[in-house]
Write a protein that binds this ligand. Structure first.
Ligand code: SAM
Length: 392
């Protein structure tokens, strides 16, 4: 998948003139989009956020903003209509959205899952025109429409750093996006469940999240929170008894904390789900050193996405999983508990398979797997691999 990515926040000049600077690149930011056909982009200003009086105002003309093969960057400028100038002067919330046409757009779970046999999609981006509070850390937002079956939180909003990915923890990655789209698909109306969501891995994870007792889910290396927040939205939509609260605990290095906490606060209250965050470095986890919140309960499901690309960290990651299982055993009063681990990855190189040898050495048993095709515009198709392991 490709992402429209601002290289810096929009500049609003005196005239006034709105100047944008963006690229279209992969999740890793390592290659720019080389489309077979020029891709027309639309730029719109959205005034008033999610209020019922919100207004969308087109800024770009047809043919004005086009990304072509060989393009390095786009730097369009727009004279905003009076309504936008007035809104800015009144300090109203004004967001700029840059998006391709719907047929090329990764704007919803359905579009991403149905793109399987197609040409690959581009994810739109949103950014505030109002002065950002923290001048050192600028963010833009991804919005993913989850579909009608999801209830009140039908859109997942995830903010990430502006600019080319520097911190791995503060950007959106394909593995988590595709996985949450699949999970969201599992709870659509019968007849509209996408094929990928009917797969064995998806159905197994759905039945864990829909358990008839409170489910405790722990995410490792959550980054900006796509997987944890998406799973929480899906768990809430399946909740039939809000008193049986599902806990989704997201963890990562300190580097991730500020952004993921901010993304948690963007979500509306989720019925029947408690969302938590705590720092957890796998170098501590492998020794069984966990924070207070992680130690306080047993974990039915431990999950992570796009965390297996760096082979150097795999021993610490797998030993953390085993230490979490040992903690579950220590907390259990009667029967020996079973801990389940789900792993989602868009494989980037063959050495990543080392994680499976390590899991096997630690006696984690694979019980389900599934792949979801991920076409890439102008490039070789990719796929997201999903695995479910357990240990008793
Ligand atoms: C490629 S990012 C994926 C982020 C997120 N899971 C997603 O799919 O969007 C890898 C994540 O692993 C985390 N990570 C790397 N080494 C770690 C460690 N030793 N302990 C905890 N997290 C770690 C990084 O901080 C980063 O958030």
């Amino acid at each position: 998948m490709h992402y429209i990515r601002f290289l810096r926040p929009p500049k609003v000049g005196q005239t006034p003139l709105i100047e944008l600077l963006f690229i279209i690149s992969t999740d890793l930011g390592d290659s720019l989009l080389i489309p077979n056909e020029p891709i027309e982009l639309s730029v719109t200003a959205h005034i008033g956020g999610s209020s019922p009086e919100a207004l969308s105002v087109p800024l770009s003309r047809k043919g004005q903003v086009v990304w072509k093969a060989g393009q390095r960057v786009l730097k369009p400028a727009f004279r905003p209509p009076a309504v936008v100038v007035k809104a800015l002067a009144a300090c109203q919330d004004v967001q700029i959205c840059v998006a391709p046409s719907k047929v090329h757009s990764a704007y919803s779970a359905e579009s991403i899952l149905r793109s399987g046999g197609g040409d690959g999609l581009i994810m739109p981006v949103w950014i505030s025109l109002n002065r950002q509070v923290d001048e050192d850390r600028q963010v833009s937002t991804r919005k993913l429409h989850f579909g009608q079956g999801i209830g009140s939180a039908s859109d997942l909003e995830i903010a990430e750093d502006v600019g080319e990915p520097k911190s791995l923890a503060r950007h959106v990655w394909d593995g988590g996006v595709v996985t949450v789209c699949g999970l969201a698909g599992t709870i659509q109306r019968p007849g509209s469940v996408p094929e990928a969501s009917q797969g064995p891995w998806m159905q197994a994870v759905k039945s864990i999240l829909a358990g008839d007792r409170p489910v405790h889910v722990l995410e490792l290396g959550c980054g900006v929170g796509v997987l944890g927040l998406g799973a929480a939205v899906v768990a809430s939509a399946m909740c039939t008894d809000p008193s049986q609260e599902t806990v989704v605990m997201m963890t990562d290095l300190e580097d991730a904390e500020e952004q993921v906490r901010s993304n948690i606060s963007r979500l509306p209250r989720l019925e029947g789900v408690q969302l938590l965050y705590e720092n957890l470095d796998w170098e501590d986890g492998r020794r069984g050193n966990f924070g207070q919140a992680v130690t306080s309960r047993a974990w039915d499901l431990v999950m992570f996405s796009d965390c297996t690309y760096n082979v150097d960290v795999l021993p610490a990651l797998v030993e953390t999983l085993s230490a979490l299982h040992a903690a579950n055993v220590a907390l259990a009063s009667a029967d020996r508990p079973t801990t389940k681990v789900f792993l989602a990855t868009k494989p980037r190189h063959s050495s990543e398979t080392a994680v499976f040898d390590l899991l096997s050495q630690h006696r984690w048993v694979k019980i389900q797997e599934q792949t979801i095709p991920l076409p890439v515009m102008g490039d070789e198709p990719q796929q997201v691999e999903l695995y479910l392991f357990e240990k008793t």
